[in-house]
Ligand binder design. Structure first.
Ligand SMILES: Nc1ncnc2c1ncn2[C@@H]1O[C@H](COP(=O)(O)OP(=O)(O)OP(=O)(O)O)[C@@H](O)[C@H]1O
Ligand SMILES: [Mg+2]
Length: 354
């Protein structure tokens, strides 16, 4: 069984975020109370290699993994990767206390088909004892997680195709939760704050709401920076690569700002508002204390200010590296501009120190 919650004790691992458009690698070390970035690299994926968080072209992804390893010059041979939260079904169930791991697994496997809408031989199951059951004497609460084997296997094969061992298969939401602990202290937020972390990537926007160090809500929506790239390609007749560069470096005609960029930023704000609305309508919350913007799109100038102004909630951009030291072999300028997009990779690399 592959640990999709992965509670096993580990040695140093590379964090590998396999997203829809890129593979991101991060290696951290920890000493004297501080993290240090040992290596970092990002490589683009061929189009459609990953579709809506599912690996579609194993060789294409393996090549990108090989490329990040080569660029980063990391010596590590084991990696932690993650599946999307939407690929995982989780349930909290009560079980008798004092069962051995093996007995627990046997019993859970017997019961799991009540909770999981796929044939059991097609899913990987993992579990983690949370603590005594608040309602039932002699029982413990167990977090059960299940994911289609296919979803895990295609990621593992892409990683192993690049001569790495896929040691940990985590869930993106848990990686985000771990990386958020770094940001929380920087922003001076205490544990009781309810914080929305909005990761706006190339194709997906993922809202995680955190409270007391735990994710209390998560939801993915199809929205991301690719929409802006597509509009630039269409309007100015540029190939994808150039459109992507122009977005970051400028040099587009005068009508770009008022007619393309500003409307896109407004669309981002609306997307954040809509994601929050979904959360409010499915919970007893009607407010969050803080909005943290992550993902590549969060690097757009003026975005947190706009979100704060339009939604009336304080907002900031996530920088997981703000309090870390950086190895001299790492390109610190590139790392700093990619920082908000590195949250998942960072949360995965932090699995080295569990
Ligand atoms: N400085 C910037 N200004 C504007 N857009 C940017 C900037 N930097 C990155 N982006 C955009 O952010 C997106 C990539 O973000 P990210 O790396 O978080 O996505 P991803 O993780 O690959 O995608 P997903 O999470 O959707 O699978 C791209 O659309 C890219 O053009
Ligand atoms: Mg992403």
């Amino acid at each position: 069984m592959l640990g999709i919650l992965g509670k096993r004790k580990t040695t140093p691992v590379l964090g590998l975020d396999i997203s829809s458009t890129t593979v991101k690698l991060l290696e951290l070390s920890y000493s004297g109370d501080r993290y240090r970035v040992e290596s970092y690299a990002v490589s683009s994926l061929p189009q459609d290699a990953v579709i809506e968080k599912n690996v579609n072209d194993i060789d294409g992804v393996a090549n990108a993994v090989r490329s990040v390893i080569a660029q980063s010059r990391s010596k590590l041979k084991t990696a932690a990767a993650a599946v999307a939260g939407s690929s995982v079904i989780t349930k909290i169930i009560d079980m008798p206390e004092g069962l051995s791991d093996d007995d627990m697994e046997t019993q859970l496997t017997l019961e799991a088909d009540q909770y999981i809408p796929y044939p059991l031989d097609e899913v990987a199951i993992d579990f983690e004892v949370q603590g005594p059951s608040p309602d039932r004497e002699g029982q413990v609460e167990v977090l059960l997680a299940a994911c289609r084997r296919e979803t895990i296997d295609s990621r593992v094969e892409s990683i192993e195709g690049a001569e790495l061992t896929a040691k940990i298969m985590d869930v993106e939401a848990y990686a985000m939760e771990r990386a958020y602990t770094l940001v929380q202290s920087q922003l001076g937020l205490d544990d009781s704050a309810t914080v929305a972390v909005v990761d706006i990537g190339a194709t997906m926007t993922t809202l995680s709401v955190l409270n007391n160090g735990q994710t209390i809500y998560t939801r993915e929506q199809l929205f991301g920076g690719k929409q802006l790239t597509d509009e630039i390609m269409r309007r100015y007749g540029l190939p994808m690569e150039e459109a992507g560069l122009a977005k970051k470096q400028g040099g587009l005609p005068d009508d770009y700002e008022p007619e393309v960029l500003e409307p896109f930023k407004d669309a981002v704000v609306q997307q954040v508002a809509r994601s929050l609305q979904f959360f409010f309508s499915s919970s007893q919350y009607n407010d969050v204390d803080y909005i943290v913007l992550a993902g590549g799109v969060a690097s757009m100038e003026g975005l947190p200010e706009l979100v704060q102004e339009k939604l009336g909630t304080p907002a900031a951009v996530a920088n997981p590296f703000a309090e870390m030291t950086i190895s001299s072999r790492v390109n610190a300028v590139a790392l700093s501009s990619d920082a908000p997009a590195m949250m998942i990779a960072c949360g995965l690399a932090m699995r080295s120190f569990d």
